[in-house]
Design a protein around this ligand. Structure first.
Ligand code: PLP
Length: 492
C-alpha cells in the first residue's frame, strides 16, 4: 500500500515514511492509494479481542510493517493503561449505542490513536534508518495535546511541543497539559484559538529554510495531529469493533447497516468511519455533529465551505474549530482522486476564506448528514440522558446525541445507530454538573468531586488528584510567537 498526497504531487510514500513525515511536500495530506478491503467477514471477527480486531485493520493499511512489528505496537498500546478490558466498550443509552472511546490514559478518544502512534513512529524510524531526532509539533483544541504528551513523554529520540488555546480549554484539560512530566515535553498556551495554533504549526512544517536549519542540528519535524495518517488508521479499527460488538449481542445481523454519529472538529474521527465503510463496514449514514462553530453543517447542506464567520468558545472546546483539516482527505476521495482540484480548493480557502465544491463532490456528500447543537441544547441533552437512562455523557457526546435526535425526527430513520462517545464527562465536569442540576462549584476540580458524589460514576485515574499536581509548564505565547517557542524548546 502506498500513500499519496491529496494535492496531486508525485510524492509517493510507504506507510512508515508517511508517518515519519506527517504532512506532504506539497502541503497536502497523505492518503492511501485506495481504501483496502477488510478481506474477511465481519461475522468471523465475533469473539476476538480489541487487539486482534485492531491488528486485522492495521495490517491492511500498514503493509510495510511486519506482523511482528504491528503486534508489538498493538500490545504496547492497548494494555492495562486502558481502564476497561474491552478497551472501547459499546453501551446502550436511550435509543442509541455509544462506543466509549475514553477509557485510556487521558480520558478522551485521542488515546485510541495516540497510545499507538509513538510505537508506530519509533518502529518506522527503525525501519527507515532515520537517524534524526523527531520533534512532534502539535496544535490542540484540548485533548490531542495531553494524549500526545502522554504518548511521547520520555520516548527516546523524540521531543514533543504542544500549543493549546490559552483561554479555550476546560480547567481540567489545561491542568492535564501544564502538569505534564517528561524531560522531552514542552507545552505552551497561545493567545489565539485552535485555528491559529494549527495554522501556525502547519506554517512551521512548510518552512523549508527552517527544515534545513533543523536538519543541521539533527532534528526533523513530525506531527501527532490527525493530519498524520498514523493517527487515522488506528481509529478505523474501533468502528469495525463496534459493529462486531453489536453482532455479538444480536442487536444486528451480519450485513445490516448502521448509522455512525461523530461529534466533529478536525474531521479525523468521522473520516476514520468513512474509511471503515470503504473497508466493507455496512454504513447507512454518517452523521456529522458540530457545536455552534457549524461550518461543517453548512458545508454538508450547501457545498460551500466558508470560514468568514465568528469563532465561538463553547463548552465542547475540542470541537471549536473552523478549519477542519481532514475534510481535505474526504474531498480528495469524493473527487475521484483529483489532486489538482483539491489543491485549487485549498488555495481558494487560504486566499478567499471559502470554496465551493463540484457537483460530483456534492453528490458524494449525500452519504453525510450535517447538524449542530448550541450550548443550551447540549446541556439539556446531558440532563435528559442522565435523568431518563442514568447514563452520563460529556458535552461533545451530547452534541452528537442531540444532532442524532434531530436527524431521527427529520427522517424517521430507525437504523441501529452507533455514537462515538469521545470524552469522559469528568473532563468537562463544570458543564456536566450544571446540566444535571448540581449547584455551581468554585472550579472545575470541585465540580469533578461533586459530580462523582452525585452520580457514583468512577472518576478516571488520570483525573484523580489532578488539582494537586504541580504546574510545570507556564509559557504563554502570541500566535506569531510559535516559531520562537519551538526554537527555545530545542535550545536553538
Ligand atoms: C478531538 C475531539 C473531537 C473532534 O474529533 P475530530 O477527529 O477532530 O473531528 C470530539 N470530541 C472530543 C472529546 C475530542 O477530543
Amino acid at each position: 500500500m502506498e500513500y499519496k498526497s491529496t494535492r496531486g504531487s508525485k510524492d509517493v510514500k510507504s506507510a512508515a515514511q508517511a508517518i515519519i513525515k506527517g504532512i506532504a511536500e506539497d502541503k497536502g495530506l497523505y492518503v492511501p492509494e485506495e481504501i483496502p478491503a477488510l478481506g474477511e467477514e465481519l461475522e468471523g471477527l465475533k469473539g476476538l479481542s480489541y487487539q486482534e480486531v485492531a491488528f486485522r485493520v492495521l495490517a491492511r493499511f500498514l503493509t510495510d510493517y511486519t506482523e511482528g512489528e504491528l503486534r508489538a505496537c498493538i500490545e504496547s498500546a492497548y494494555d492495562s493503561k486502558f481502564e476497561e478490558k474491552e478497551i472501547a466498550p459499546v453501551k446502550k443509552g436511550g435509543d442509541a449505542w455509544f462506543i466509549e472511546l475514553y477509557h485510556g490514559k487521558t480520558a478522551a478518544f485521542k488515546d485510541m490513536a495516540l497510545s499507538i502512534l509513538p510505537h508506530l513512529l519509533t518502529t518506522a524510524m527503525k525501519k527507515e534508518k532515520e537517524d534524526k531526532k523527531i520533534v512532534i509539533l502539535t496544535a490542540t483544541s484540548g485533548d490531542t495535546g495531553k494524549a500526545a504528551l502522554e504518548g511521547f513523554a520520555d520516548v527516546d529520540n523524540t521531543e514533543i511541543i504542544v500549543f493549546f488555546p490559552n483561554e479555550g480549554v476546560s480547567q481540567v484539560q489545561e491542568r492535564q497539559m501544564t502538569s505534564q512530566e517528561g524531560a522531552n515535553t514542552h507545552v505552551f498556551g497561545i493567545r489565539g484559538n485552535f485555528d491559529d495554533a494549527q495554522t501556525g504549526v502547519k506554517k512551521i512544517f512548510n518552512d523549508k529554510e527552517l527544515e534545513a536549519r533543523l536538519a543541521g542540528q539533527g532534528y526533523k519535524f513530525s506531527s501527532a495531529n490527525s493530519i498524520n495518517i498514523g493517527r487515522l488508521v488506528p481509529q478505523v479499527a474501533y468502528y469495525i469493533w463496534s459493529y462486531v460488538k453489536l453482532l455479538e449481542q444480536g442487536v444486528i445481523q451480519a450485513g445490516d447497516k448502521i448509522n455512525i454519529v461523530v461529534p466533529t472538529g478536525n474531521f479525523g474521527n468521522i473520516l476514520a468511519a468513512y474509511y471503515a465503510k470503504g473497508m466493507g463496514l455496512p454504513v447507512n449514514k454518517f452523521i456529522c455533529a458540530s457545536n455552534k462553530n457549524k461550518v461543517l453543517t453548512d458545508f454538508i447542506n450547501t457545498g460551500v465551505y466558508d470560514i468568514r464567520r465568528d469563532f465561538y468558545v463553547t463548552n465542547s472546546p475540542s470541537m471549536d474549530i473552523l478549519i477542519s483539516s481532514n475534510l481535505e482527505r474526504l474531498l480528495y476521495h469524493l473527487s475521484g482522486d483529483d489532486g489538482g482540484e483539491i489543491a485549487a480548493l485549498m488555495n481558494c480557502l487560504e486566499k478567499e476564506k471559502q470554496y465551493t465544491v463540484s457537483p460530483k463532490i456534492r453528490e458524494g456528500l449525500k452519504e453525510f448528514y450535517g447538524g449542530y447543537a448550541d450550548e443550551a441544547a447540549t446541556n439539556r441533552t446531558i440532563g435528559q440522558m442522565y435523568k431518563q437512562n442514568g447514563y452520563l455523557i460529556d458535552t461533545h457526546t451530547a452534541v452528537a446525541y442531540r444532532v442524532y435526535a434531530d436527524y431521527k425526527e427529520e427522517t424517521g430513520d430507525e437504523t441501529t445507530t452507533v455514537i462515538a462517545s469521545t470524552a469522559s464527562a469528568y473532563k468537562f465536569a463544570e458543564s456536566v454538573a450544571d446540566s444535571i442540576g448540581l449547584p455551581k462549584e468554585a472550579n472545575g476540580f470541585a465540580a469533578v468531586e461533586a459530580l462523582a458524589q452525585a452520580t457514583g460514576v468512577r472518576v478516571p485515574a488520570c483525573l484523580q488528584g489532578l488539582d494537586k499536581k504541580e504546574v510545570r509548564h507556564r509559557g504563554v505565547v502570541d500566535k506569531e510567537g510559535l516559531l520562537e517557542a519551538v526554537l527555545k524548546s530545542l535550545k536553538m
